[in-house]
Ligand binder design. Structure first.
Ligand code: CO
Length: 443
């Protein structure tokens, strides 16, 4: 495919002032992709993968997030070895065509590794298209229906007082939605099961008998976890009344009957949502769960395919859709999922932990601003290093996240600084969740 740089006539031209350069391109013609640069960086100790799609137009590029923290090298390899040669020379403005090409080209498709690689380029293409238009990305998605996106924050604590202190700090900062977890990380702490043959409950280190020789892991006991979590909710509701929206993440650690009982007990505390009460592998059980409880349900953070979330939405079995946008293949499929969910009264609450880059967060934000059925956004705020590596990070003010007004998604990348924070391959420990008898559970 031959690539030709075309400079337009003044009538068709637009000016890209945001790059401190003055180029005129014709968006009616093609915009050939010159290169795809893969950047791995861990400014906040989480492995992030970014694709920089460079065009033949000097200074004009887009950035996209393909972060699969625990398997980042696999994503990078697909980007470098497979997708880069596939898209070079093709028209960067043909976003939908390129998404389909990247997804179908290897014949075998889908899954979190390939989806993240596709996402990195897909988001970069949307960023580019908005830069060409000279508009913030939300304008391409239908324009703003709100000025900013409400976020929820996490509150941990090993005691009720500590938990209440964290909730109060969030409220004082203007945040109105708080996700509670009693245990201060105990439920996710990696513990050896060998210590006296004892495993541990989700909180307070209550020992639970484990068999001799039980393997190391993040031990938790479902009964103790449920009981202590209910107590914590009672305390926080009693302390703060209804001036706070409360959320909780089960992290897929209950079976169906445990989840039903837990969700029913939680009804009295009027949750904003209960997250991932069931494991990814158990998604057909949402029909039974829904029939038994009025606690609002959020699910789908681990989903990678529309076949998984579509029935939940169509049957209104969940209240919030919360996929990890790069994990489903980027903005192209996320935009469609949001629109489908809107038809069924299901709101969005896209996954937004620390292993979503500022670029990924910015894309979530632009989609949130343009989606009538946006519900809430999870946010791990950007630390100083992340803000330096990614100039233009969305800004959190009094519980709301705001984009900047630059064309595109508004987040840039300092490649030299990014290189000072290399990714590290580690064996994740917290994903080795175990029940008291030592058996491995969904994390
Ligand atoms: Co979650």
């Amino acid at each position: 495919m031959k690539t030709v740089i075309r400079f337009c006539s003044l009538t068709h031209g637009i000016t890209l002032w945001s790059f401190n350069i003055h180029v005129e391109i014709d968006p009616m013609k093609s915009l050939p992709i010159k290169d795809v640069i893969v950047i791995e960086t861990a400014p906040s100790a989480r492995n992030l993968v970014i694709a920089k799609v460079v065009t033949e137009e000097p200074g004009l590029y887009g950035l996209g997030c393909g972060t699969f923290t625990q398997r980042y090298a696999g994503v990078s390899a697909i980007l470098r070895e497979n997708l880069r040669p596939l898209v070079i020379g093709r028209d960067a403005l043909r976003t939908e065509e390129l998404w389909r090409l990247m997804m179908f080209n290897g014949y075998w498709r889908g899954g979190p590794v390939l989806n993240n690689a596709v996402s990195a380029i897909d988001m970069a293409l949307w960023d580019l298209k908005a830069k060409v238009a000279g508009l913030p990305l939300y304008q391409l998605l239908g324009g703003k229906v709100r000025e900013a996106a409400a976020v929820y924050r996490h509150a941990d604590g090993t005691t009720h007082d500590e938990l209440a202190k964290h909730v109060r700090a969030h409220l004082d900062a203007g945040v109105t939605h708080v996700r509670l977890r009693l245990g201060g990380g105990a439920a996710e702490t990696y513990r050896s099961g060998e210590a006296g043959g004892m495993a541990y409950g989700g909180v307070n280190d209550d020992p639970v008998p484990a068999p001799d020789g039980a393997l190391p892991g993040a031990y938790y006991d479902a009964r103790s976890y449920v009981a202590t979590t209910l107590d914590a909710f009672a305390h926080i509701r009693a302390t703060f009344g209804d001036r706070v929206e409360l959320l909780h993440d089960v992290h897929s650690r209950l079976n169906l009957t445990e989840a039903i009982r837990f969700a029913k007990e939680l009804e009295q505390f009027r949750l904003f949502f209960l997250e991932d009460p069931l494991a990814l592998e158990d998604f057909t059980a949402y029909r039974q769960l829904r029939a038994h409880t009025s606690t609002p349900i959020a699910a789908s953070e681990l989903f990678t395919n529309p076949e998984q979330w579509l029935p939940l939405v169509q049957e209104r079995l969940i209240d919030f859709l919360r996929m990890h946008v790069s994990d489903i293949g980027g903005l192209t499929p996320a935009r469609k999922a949001a629109i489908v969910a809107e038809q069924y009264g299901v709101r969005t609450a896209w996954h937004g932990p620390g292993d979503c880059s500022p670029v990924g967060h910015a894309v979530n934000l632009h989609l949130n601003l343009a989606s009538p059925n946006f519900g809430i956004q999870e946010l791990q705020p950007f630390d100083k290093t992340a803000q330096a590596v990614f100039p233009g990070c969305p800004e959190l003010r009094a519980g709301y996240l705001y984009p900047n007004d630059k064309p595109g998604h508004g987040v840039d990348l300092d490649e030299a600084l990014a290189a000072e924070h290399p990714c590290k391959a580690e064996v994740p420990q917290w994903t080795q969740a175990r029940r008291p008898d030592g058996s491995l559970n969904a994390p």
